[in-house]
Ligand binder design. Structure first.
Ligand code: DX5
Ligand code: ZN
Length: 220
């Protein structure tokens, strides 16, 4: 059964606490926190996401799935350590060297947090093969990172199936997560490609009944 990580990116601050409660009752498996620094991507959500993480820690035990779309990964890891997120995912494309990728992986792991590596739609999965034995999750972006409510890019599904095949051929154990444009219309093709966790933002937040939407996303 696929797990659901609900993105809070499109949640307005005035509704955040109520939305978090409602999503907990609706059995989201994770809260997905989209941290953008205005450098790696145009938008800057750092303040808002920091506030939301604080709020979640005060009212819920649902695991936090942090997605860094930032340049200065080490700095943001430091910022999020005190909140003990379940996992922190950073972008391969934000790293200037293999050493930097390895440094980020170790810093996250040595603090007892699961580590994810993410690639943008145009990045080939071969670029991250060497890191796969070291990570807990690979996040395949199914839209260009930077904003919610975009259309899923169908060509990215091929990357998910290829990664799935590579994982079994090499007896690796990382989770495969997809993120962007996933909703009741696109979930079936994403699942067919072979994901373990899907990030859903507008596909849940914009619906009237979160529990029903999450149930259908899992069932389809
Ligand atoms: C985009 C973010 C996604 C986005 C998902 O950069 O990483 O998590 O918020 O939102 P939807 O599901 O609306 O595409
Ligand atoms: Zn995300």
């Amino acid at each position: 059964m696929v797990e659901i990580s609900t993105s809070l990116l499109s949640v307005e601050p005035e509704n955040s606490i109520k939305t978090m409660y409602d999503l907990e009752v609706a059995h989201t498996d994770y809260f997905h926190i989209d941290v953008m620094d205005g450098i790696f991507v145009e938008n800057n959500t750092s303040e808002k996401m920091f506030t939301y993480t604080n709020q979640i820690k005060q009212i819920s035990n649902i695991p936090i799935d942090v997605h860094f779309m930032v340049e200065n990964i080490q700095e943001y890891i430091e910022q999020y350590l005190p909140y003990e997120p379940n996992r922190i995912t950073f972008h391969f494309e934000a790293c200037k060297s293999k050493e930097q990728v390895l440094e980020n992986i170790s810093k996250i792991k040595e603090n007892g947090i699961k580590v994810g590596i993410s690639i943008k739609p145009n990045t080939n999965i071969k670029e991250i093969y060497e890191f796969l034995p070291l990570v807990h999750m690979v996040l395949i972006m199914t839209v260009e990172p930077g904003k919610g409510g975009q259309k899923l890019i169908p060509e990215t599904l091929e990357k998910i199936s290829k990664l799935n095949q590579y994982r079994s051929e090499n007896n690796l154990e990382f989770d495969i997560q997809a993120d962007g444009g996933i909703n009741l219309d696109t979930i079936e093709q994403v699942k067919k490609a072979g994901v373990d966790i899907v990030v859903v933002g507008n596909g849940i937040i914009k619906t009237d009944d979160y529990a029903e939407t999450i149930r259908l996303l899992k069932q389809k």
